[in-house]
Write a protein that binds this ligand. Sequence first.
Ligand SMILES: *[C@@H]1O[C@H](CO)[C@@H](O)[C@H](O)[C@H]1NC(C)=O
Ligand SMILES: *[C@@H]1O[C@H](CO)[C@@H](O)[C@H](O)[C@H]1NC(C)=O
Ligand SMILES: *[C@@H]1O[C@H](CO)[C@@H](O)[C@H](O)[C@H]1NC(C)=O
Ligand SMILES: *[C@@H]1O[C@H](CO)[C@@H](O)[C@H](O)[C@H]1NC(C)=O
Length: 428
Amino acid sequence: MRMSQILIHMALSGAALGLPSPKPGLGLQTHLSGSQKVSPLRFRPDGTFQISIFEDLHFGENAWEDWGPQQDIHSLKVMDTVLDAEPTTDLVVLNGDLITGENTFRENSTDYVDQIVRPMLQRGLPWASAYGNHDSDFNLSTADILARETQWPNARTAQMVSEPDAGVSNYYLPVYPRGCNPACKSKTSSTCQPALLLWFFDSRGGFQYQQQDSLTGKPVPFPNWVDARVVDWFQRTNADLVRRAGGKAIPSLAFVHIPTNASRALQAMPGVDKHRQPGIDDDKPLSQQAQGWCPDGRPSTGGGTCAYGGQDEPFMRTVASTPGLMALFSGHDHGDTWCYKWEGLVPGVAVEGNGVSLCFGQRSGYGGYGSWIRGARQVVVSLEKLEGRVIDTYIRLESGEVVGAVTLNSTYGQDLYPATPNDKTHLP
Ligand SMILES: *[C@@H]1O[C@H](CO)[C@@H](O)[C@H](O)[C@H]1NC(C)=O
Ligand SMILES: *[C@@H]1O[C@H](CO)[C@@H](O)[C@H](O)[C@H]1NC(C)=O
Ligand SMILES: *[C@@H]1O[C@H](CO)[C@@H](O)[C@H](O)[C@H]1NC(C)=O
Ligand SMILES: *[C@@H]1O[C@H](CO)[C@@H](O)[C@H](O)[C@H]1NC(C)=O
């Protein structure tokens, strides 16, 4: 072991830090069903629930050089800084590209999961992931990431759609009001309904695990949009939850790594205004679902030259037509950090927006492209504001600063906010 490796090992080893141990013998447990196995998520006594979103952490780059592992140490520092500054975090969301799969070795590619979840384990925080395109590659599979995550008791990531190739991180988490115990199936259980639903979608992408094209020997691309079968599952499951809640729409938030073409279209026209949609807008045009695929389902790399195949339309339709769904949070485009209220028709998109907010977070990791300052979007939900379908959100930067604080209410998009500075940071 070289000195740098010893330091990294010391920095990342959980055993020395008194962390909870992984659950023994769970192996490939891919069907954790929501609230059964672990304590349910709940609002705080003051009626709030706060989510810290880490995205594009990109662990595991160039393990054979110093700078790769150095990046991971700094990404952990970002997570520690943010979580220390946000002690009222109730749930951490890992919104995709946890690991840079094209750089990892088959035999230890999911070891990085234990490093990534350390900041949450140390604070006793639950987390939930929506996987990204870099989480699927020849040497890394999202099924294995899930298996690794769920060895820890704090993991809430699950797989609720088992159709082959529909992706892994498709599931929901209910958040209950304080004092409501859904485990008690008593006569009063009908009053114990979730106050908030968190939906996680797998936008897939990257490459199929351990598959090579039989002719070229190249890795096999994995479609990069939310599968229509997942959209069907979402609609059925949501309808069922709404029925159980007495027919009332349930306030909800959704997470997906790759944004849809609606975000790209809004960015193009009418465009991002630095006071109305405060945030960095450097990835322009942004990269969206179904990019690089043809309408017939062939990848561009397979001989076609398609810019965009349109397969994200079923997902866009459901996002824009689900009562109660307030916002969809994406990562993927490291240089975009704004929120846009999608209302009405936008040039180039057949689907009409219903006022749902489409938000980026802040890229959190030192791996991956770009040197925009790292940070994490915070989402603060309160039972009181939920009645009016209003949520507050801001970005906590690695510098400790808060930027881009906005209220996603009915006048978001008209209200004026300070512009977000566009700072850059580098490995020291
Ligand atoms: C995985 O294995 C590679 C090659 O042996 C090594 O360089 C790297 O540090 C390992 N990664 C982890 C997380 O143990
Ligand atoms: C996958 O992992 C194997 C075993 O460590 C390694 O030899 C190979 O180079 C990796 N392949 C790719 C495409 O990264
Ligand atoms: C996707 O967005 C682009 C960029 O705004 C637009 O030109 C294109 O027509 C859109 N495609 C569809 C099918 O919505
Ligand atoms: C929405 O929130 C902003 C910022 O707090 C506020 O200025 C505006 O009045 C709010 N709009 C409504 C309709 O309450």
